[in-house]
Design a protein around this ligand. Structure first.
Ligand SMILES: [Zn+2]
Length: 393
């Protein structure tokens, strides 16, 4: 029934759920998503990157550069500009999380129409094929468009003598530290498979010092990712068990009441650290350093968090609780690089707990986070001027 309704709503063949791009550099798979009206859309940046191009913002317009041609889109207008001419689109482009999404028609019709000598589209397979072997010059990229050499630190929250939250709906003997380690090890595999080098703060049931975890992500590391499981005290309020979902915490200036509660819980592990280490978190020098870091990396951390939330949403049974800013999360405060703390769900919610415990749920979380990290690094490469067009620096 749903399939038929979709078919009728679209008024034509339903596009495949993913788009395959074949170039002399390899094959890339991109998700096809839907706009509010259910019409097929493709994220512009990964598309352009896969084709050896890029995206830049020109005022209200966003320009997708492919094969040195500028296709400029005005978000929410059903048109694009090419060589100073306006051309109509069947569906308007949209913006989501600051990123441009172009209609599927751009790949299925417009690229083959204007760059027919370069691109051919196979509609039934949902595949765009670049003809010939004239690979764009430039640094050699991985199949997902990333430059090799990225490093990410994965931190499995808690461990050893610090169990984290007791796991209200976890089986006896299983606590937060066990679930964070399982997902962290899966995330390590997923990132390695995507060509990213991973540093682990722990790979067994041990407890690295809370304040030495983030510094594991040093200047050579792109992103620090700390994995946790949230919990509410269901003995206090029975209906807390109905609260579910996932959120990402970053270092910032705001403290919401709920983020306050999470920070209290996650910082509880500080009682395992020495007094000198505790001063490190609270002392004035730490405050100044933290302030500097906040200004420098707030944007990057927020962006990584937004991408993680967006990638978790389709696979997670709980509510998307968004990206929250914190100014006193010990595990992130000591970091000198962009960093996020992911609360992957509530152990005090029966449905979240079942998802977090299942092998399939753990794998889905790890994949969603790995995909989000690739998206983040692709954007980061573009913004930092390591463009995919060959004019690299
Ligand atoms: Zn935790």
């Amino acid at each position: 029934m749903i399939g038929l309704a979709l078919l009728l709503a679209f008024g034509g063949p339903v596009p495949p759920s993913q788009l395959v791009i074949t170039t002399p550099r390899g094959e890339t798979r991109l998700a096809v998503t839907a706009d509010a009206g259910g019409r097929a859309m493709v994220a512009a940046l990964p598309l352009a990157t896969a084709l050896g191009g890029g995206v830049r913002v020109d005022g209200a317009w966003t320009t997708v550069v492919i094969s040195r041609q500028d296709f400029s889109f005005l978000p929410y207008a059903a048109l694009f500009r090419l060589n100073d001419r306006l051309e109509p689109l069947a569906v308007a482009s949209i913006e989501r999380d600051d990123s441009l999404f172009v209609p599927y028609q751009f790949v299925s019709e417009i690229l083959p129409r204007y760059l027919g000598e370069l691109y051919q589209f196979d509609r039934s397979a949902g595949r765009l094929v670049q003809r010939g072997a004239a690979a764009a010059p430039g640094p050699k990229r991985l199949a997902n468009g990333l430059l090799p050499g990225h490093v990410v630190t994965v931190d499995a929250g808690h461990g050893g003598a610090d169990p984290g939250n007791p796991g209200r709906f976890f089986p006896r003997g299983v606590t937060e530290k066990d679930v964070t380690l399982k997902v962290a090890l899966l995330l390590e595999k997923e990132l390695t498979r995507r060509g990213i080098t991973v540093r682990m703060t722990r790979t067994t049931d041990v407890r690295p010092n809370l304040l030495q975890r983030a510094p594991t992500c040093d200047a050579s590391c792109d992103l620090f990712v700390s994995l946790h499981v949230d919990a509410l005290d269901t003995r206090k309020r029975r209906d807390y068990r109905s609260i579910s979902g996932f959120s990402t915490l970053i270092i910032g200036e705001e403290n919401s009441a709920d983020a306050d509660r999470v920070a209290r819980t996650e910082n509880e592990a500080l009682r395992f650290e020495s007094e000198a280490d505790q001063d490190l978190v609270m002392g004035p020098l730490a405050y100044i350093l933290k302030d500097l870091q906040m200004n420098e990396y707030l944007r990057e951390s927020a962006r990584a968090g937004a991408l993680m939330q967006a990638n978790l949403e389709p696979v997670h049974p709980g509510t998307n609780r968004g990206v929250k800013q914190r100014n006193d999360l010990a595990v992130l405060n000591t970091g000198r690089r962009p960093g996020v703390l992911v609360e992957m769900g509530y152990s005090s919610s029966p449905s979240d707990a079942a998802f977090l415990l299942s092998a399939d749920g753990q794998r889905q979380i790890a994949r969603a986070l790995a995909d989000a990290i690739v998206d983040y690094l692709l954007e980061f490469e573009w913004k930092s001027g390591v463009r995919a067009t060959g004019a690299s620096q």
